[in-house]
Design a protein around this ligand. Structure first.
Ligand code: ZN
Length: 674
């Protein structure tokens, strides 16, 4: 299996524009702690949906929140017990709330909530506690046993010992996902997808399952944990009566309600198939479900619910549980419909070798959606674009659905107004103006192009294994999709299609992209560390490669002023050409499965950080006081009943706070918590 979908990246730049909900009364800021800002998002248009659609959304949101514990446990086997214990301390604390230990514990708990575990959601590094072990242990002693998540036969002493090690021993489970070259990436990754097995054992196990020349392979390993039992490697499958059964039963309960109010027969059948898959755990059924789901392009309400993306697994097989419920923004979808109806033109005119192009681009169904709930791996940090299903052969045969989540990009945009970023990092006023004017639309278009054309473009040569690029596959796939988007953003075709109104608009995105890839994204990296996350690697790869290849023509230039480093782009035409050249090479690597070339280009351009620039960025960024990472709280949906107990309406409330929401979810939606 290989993964394609993704988040096209957090919008890191401010852009003031008047195209979107400028009059909204929503308070976008919900909370700030550590390197995080939590925002709210609006759900415009919900009121205009039919009662039936609102009910469908309501049932699907319940099914979404019920999966929260699954993801938390997938991220690490002590996460749920740790979260419960910290919550018990937090909610029962009677002491001084200005005590630094208490404040440290509160911050840590907020981080654990945000990351669905003890590792940073982006860097994958373990959080460092700002409270003492003594304080932690003293607080636990004050709690009665019934407030603690004791496993059967476990005493408080054991629990304290385990959790203290989890929190305070920096070498224990220090990385959720380790992709370092040369390491046993299974043994050194602290996720809960594998227990007591090494990389070779896992690879041998799955290689033995794969059938040669299978043109419709299932997504091996997607929904299971791999363990050793009596010396043998076995899978514990996530399903009813299997692993995570209590949570999956709840999800299925709500899916059963949802199917009764489905918008049409295809959607009903789709939900039924998902229930069957959750019941049996059969991966062939998951493929059947995915095909039905991809075919359902008529419904306005749609959802993702399941073990989907495999970014959390160093081998890229295990699906992290996630859910997003949404409805189509009919007006804004006009944009993506234009793009997808011209998909063949984009494929035919791309700068890649004709051997790697698709003769016929299969049904890219693209839409702009409004998210109603974010859950599992999509909460609180969330993607702004999705392209599913992931299985290559399903995409090739049945097409895929690609979405841009515009109420989320809008919330980012609203929250970034006037944060001082552009003034600090963009030297020339003309560039800032261009960005102010066009970045909202070019960012959205970048996401549209990335998701609905980029990932779907190109083909593998016959006989090439889709896993051939191994641990470099994610980075290279994102690189490919980004380059496709960048290349076409500057194409006159976009103006001809009415998607952009100004022939220079693309420069806003080019400038932002290069600035981010070469400099500003480094604010997310700790001093001395390499870049590991796939999207950050892909952006750096692209920016560094075009910088180097364009050096002789001075395409991109570092400029020093008042001791600060800035970027200047001197030749936008050449920059576009370079994007095209790199796209051709990345597509070749993918189509031919050229592992060595893929590895070399990633290791050379995408990983190592220039220490001087890094230091400077961190210092300049610190003064701006902008959180490098953002995430969201969900609105609260309430079913209003009539006197006979029938749902009369579904109402929304946007006022819930971050800690409030997390504690409510832990109380009401924790099927796996003891
Ligand atoms: Zn992507």
């Amino acid at each position: 299996m290989k993964k394609t979908f993704i988040m096209a990246g957090i919008i890191a730049l401010a852009s003031s524009n008047m195209t979107n909900a400028a009059n909204s009364k929503l308070n976008y800021h919900a909370d700030s702690f550590a390197d995080i800002e939590v925002l709210r998002y609006d759900v415009p248009g919900f009121d205009k949906l039919s009662l039936n659609q609102k009910k469908l959304i309501y049932f699907l949101t319940e099914a979404a929140i019920q999966g929260r514990d699954i993801l938390t446990d997938q991220n690490g086997k002590y996460n749920i017990a740790l979260r419960s214990t910290l919550e018990a301390i937090y909610t029962n604390y009677k002491g001084d709330k200005k005590n630094p230990d208490y404040l440290g514990l509160e911050k840590y708990l907020k981080q654990v909530w945000f990351a669905n575990g003890i590792h940073h959601h982006y860097s994958m590094d373990k959080f460092k506690p700002d409270f003492s072990q003594k304080f932690f242990e003293a607080q636990i002693k004050k709690l009665s046993n019934d407030k603690l998540p004791l496993a059967e036969g476990e005493n408080v002493k054991d629990l304290v010992a385990t959790l203290s090690r989890v929190i305070f021993d920096p070498d224990f489970m220090n990385k959720r996902l380790n992709q370092a070259k040369g390491a046993d990436i299974i043994l050194t990754s602290a996720n809960n997808f594998y227990q007591d097995v090494n990389q070779k054992e896992v690879e041998d196990f799955y290689n033995a399952l794969k059938k040669p020349n299978d043109s419709t392979p299932v997504s091996y390993g997607l929904n299971s944990q791999v363990v050793k039992k009596d010396g043998k490697i076995v899978e514990k499958v996530y399903r009813i009566n299997g692993m995570y059964s209590p949570a999956i039963e709840k999800i299925v309960f709500w899916l059963n309600k949802a199917k009764e109010v489905a918008e049409n027969e295809v959607q009903k059948e789709t939900i039924n198939k998902l229930i069957e898959y959750y019941t049996t755990g059969d991966l062939k059924t998951f493929d059947d479900y995915s095909i039905l789901w991809a075919k359902d392009t008529k419904s306005q309400v749609d959802f993702v619910n399941g073990f989907i993306e495999s970014y959390g697994d160093p081998l890229g097989m295990k699906g992290s549980w996630e859910s997003i419920v949404n409805f189509k923004n009919l007006e804004a979808s006009h944009r993506t419909e234009i793009i997808s109806s011209n998909a063949q033109w984009f494929e035919d005119n791309s700068p890649v070798d004709a051997r790697f192009k698709k003769d016929k681009v299969k049904g890219v169904s693209a839409k702009v959606i409004t998210a109603c709930i974010l859950a599992g791996d999509a909460y609180p940090a969330t993607p702004i674009g999705i392209n599913l299903p992931n299985a290559n052969w399903i995409r090739a045969t049945y097409g895929s659905k690609s979405v841009t989540i515009e109420n989320i990009t809008d919330a980012y945009d609203q929250a970034s107004h006037g944060n001082g970023f552009n003034e600090e990092f963009v030297l020339e006023a003309k560039d800032r103006e261009l960005m102010d004017k066009y970045l909202f639309i070019t960012d959205n278009l970048h996401t549209d192009l990335h998701e609905c054309l980029g990932h779907g473009s190109g083909k593998l040569l016959d006989g090439v294994d889709s896993d051939a690029l191994k641990s470099y596959g994610s980075t290279l796939e994102e690189t490919r999709a980004d380059l496709f988007a960048l290349y076409y953003l500057a194409d006159p075709k976009l103006i001809e299609l009415g998607l952009l109104s100004n022939k220079d608009a693309y420069k806003a995105e080019y400038y932002k992209y290069i600035l981010n890839g070469l400099m500003t994204q480094l604010m997310r990296i700790e001093p001395g560390k390499d870049i590991e996350e796939s999207h950050m690697r892909n952006r750096k790869l692209i920016a560094e490669w075009v910088y180097e290849k364009g050096a002789k023509d001075n395409v991109i230039e570092y400029v020093k002023k008042n001791g600060k480093t800035y970027l200047k782009i001197n030749d936008y035409n050449k920059l576009r050409e370079l994007f095209g050249k790199l796209l051709a090479e990345i597509q070749r690597i993918k189509s031919e499965g050229d592992y060595e070339a893929g590895k070399n280009i990633v290791e050379e351009y995408a990983v190592k950080v220039d220490q001087n620039i890094h230091k400077e960025i961190l210092e300049r960024y610190a003064k701006l006081n902008i959180a490098p990472y953002k995430g969201f709280v969900n609105p609260v949906y309430t079913a209003v009943m009539d006197k006979n107990g029938n749902i009369q309406d579904i109402t929304l409330d946007y006022t819930e706070g971050y800690a409030e929401q997390m504690l409510r979810y832990s109380k009401d939606y924790s099927p796996l918590t003891k």
